[in-house]
Structures are given as C-alpha cells and as structure tokens.
Design a protein around this ligand. Structure first.
Ligand code: GUN
Length: 304
C-alpha cells in the first residue's frame, strides 16, 4: 500500500495557483483597462506540441487573460518566424511570448529565443533572463523548474542547507533548477549522463530532481530514506497489460521508478499529476508578472 501522504499532488497545487492567477488577472484588467495577454507560437504539426498549445490557450482564457495563438506551417522560414517575434515584441496587447520548442530542424532555435524581448520572456530562456537568474536578480524563470521549486517549498518549507541533486543539465530544466536551488541555499550537485557512480551521488541527496528523459531510471535503492523526489520526466512506454501493449497502447512514466521509490522517499511527485500540471500554471503566473511589469503596475514580490 502506498502511503498517500507521501504523494505531492501537483494537480491540486496547480489548480490553486491558477485560481490565484485568475484573481490577480481580474484585478490587473481593472487597473490596466485591458487583459494581460499571452502569445504562443507553434511551428509545424508535432502532435504533442499541438496538445500542449491547445491546453495553454484554453487555460489562459480560463484565467481571464487574452490568448493569441500563431500556428505557422512546417516550412516557415527563419526570417518569417523572426518577423513574427519582432511584431509580437512591439504589440502592446501581448505581455508574454512563448515559442513552442522544439522547432523544426531547419530553424535556428537559439536565434529565435534571443529575438524575444526579455520583458516578454515568459519561458525565461533568453540570455538576459538566464543571466539574471545566474546573478540572483529578479526576473522571469523557466516554468518547469519554478513549478518544481514551488512544490518543494510547499512540502519542506525552508530548503536552506539541504543537499540537492539535479539529474539533467538542460537549458529548459536542469540548469535553471540548479540555480533556483542554489538561491534557496541548497548544496547543489548537477549530475548527468556522464556522471560516475550516479546511484551513489543520488544517495547523498535530501532533494532529488530527475530531469533526464530516461524512463524509470532512478530506482528506490538509489535514494536516501526520507528524500524528497521531484520527477520531471514524461516518458511514453508500452502498456503493462500484454493485450493492451499488443494493441500498441501506451502509458506515461517518469524518470523515477515510482513503485520502488515511493517505498523509500519521504515525498514524491507522481507521473502524471505531479510536475506536469505545474508547467502551464507557472506559465500563466509568469505572463501575469510580465503584464504588471509591462504596464507599470506594482505586484508584491510574494504576491504569487
Ligand atoms: N516544449 C516543452 N516544454 C517547453 C517549455 O517549457 N517551453 C517551450 N517554449 N517549449 C517547450
């Protein structure tokens, strides 16, 4: 039997965050005389990206913000995409710009991200946002790591002095996650695919953030008893049931082997229902923070 008090319910936390965003979005509209606006750009037909973008649009509107969706064909040129980003930079009704990644291979992702105005960088991926995070200055922070940090602080309170291991060094999750944990005064180790004796490194940690993209890689016996485990992985694997698997049915699993990990961990995020729902909720939060800054309306540092 799984002890349900160990499960970190990201879905419930994300619902609460979206409710707070909606209240503040209504107040913003009254103060600014317009809705906060979020633009999402999708290039091509990637099915997973289409699902995300649809969901982002729906949740943006549900929170009382304006959603602008720009769907461009797969063969869009670099120049056309950059021209759209520049137009959105100039558009006063747009507070946040998110270009859905990955982009088709012929496009230069870095150049597109760098074209986004830092004031509208709700993904926190521009060099200005990344640099501010590294310097410990306020700014827009990537959504998945910020959502993971919110779940950690909600569960643990102060993180000061705790040993944290982040597995994965991506720009989207691993690196910003490590910076955020460092700013909370954790002792941070960034592990990755070349790390020696990974299990031993993970076993030292009070906090484990798994963001490697390898299904069920982190096992229960890698964990220090009582550790808090944040599983950022979303991996599609064949269904457990042999008949369903033969029908090519799939299931979602994280980077952590949940069944063995939950027995050892003090707290753990499930997949699905853990970190996943936080990403869009934090995106909406970031859009609202950007809207206040863009409109010159104060928002308390800890308002949301
Ligand atoms: N693709 C998967 N996750 C993300 C994200 O957080 N931001 C962007 N822009 N693209 C993504």
């Amino acid at each position: 039997m799984t002890d349900s008090s160990k499960i970190i319910d990201g879905k419930a936390f994300a619902e609460g965050l979206r409710a707070r965003v909606a209240t503040l979005a209504a107040a913003f509209e009254r103060a600014a005389g317009r809705k906060a606006g979020l633009a999402v750009v999708l290039v091509g037909e990637d099915p997973a990206s289409q699902v995300y973008v649809r969901s982002k649009g729906k949740q943006t509107v549900a929170c009382g913000m304006a959603s602008f969706e720009h769907k461009l064909p797969e063969d869009t040129t670099q120049e056309a995409l950059l021209a759209l980003v520049r137009r959105l930079n100039e558009d006063a009704t747009v507070d946040g710009i998110l270009v859905q990644l990955p982009l088709p291979r012929h496009l230069d992702e870095q150049a597109v991200v760098e074209a986004i105005s830092p004031a509208k960088d709700v993904d926190g991926l521009t060099p200005v946002s990344t640099g501010r995070l590294a310097l410990g200055l306020p700014g827009l922070v990537p959504c998945t790591p910020l959502g993971s940090l919110m779940l950690l602080k909600d569960r643990l309170g102060s993180l000061s002095g705790l040993d944290a291991v982040v597995i994965g060094r991506s720009i989207l999750v691993g690196k910003p996650m490590a910076q955020l944990l460092l700013s909370e005064s954790c002792t941070v180790t960034i592990a990755h695919s070349r790390t020696k004796n990974l299990a031993d490194v993970v076993r030292r940690a009070d906090i484990v953030v798994a963001a490697v993209g390898r299904a069920e890689m982190v096992k229960g016996d890698w964990l220090k008893p009582g550790a808090t485990v944040i599983d950022v992985g979303i991996n599609r694997v064949p269904a457990l049931d042999a008949v369903a698997a033969a029908e090519r049915k799939t299931r979602l699993v994280g980077d952590v082997d949940f069944a063995s990990a939950v027995a050892v961990a003090g707290a753990i995020t499930p997949v699905p229902g853990g970190v996943g729902p936080m990403t869009i909720a934090v995106l909406l939060r970031n859009a609202l923070v950007a809207a206040h800054a863009n409109a010159g309306i104060a928002l308390g540092a800890d308002a949301i």
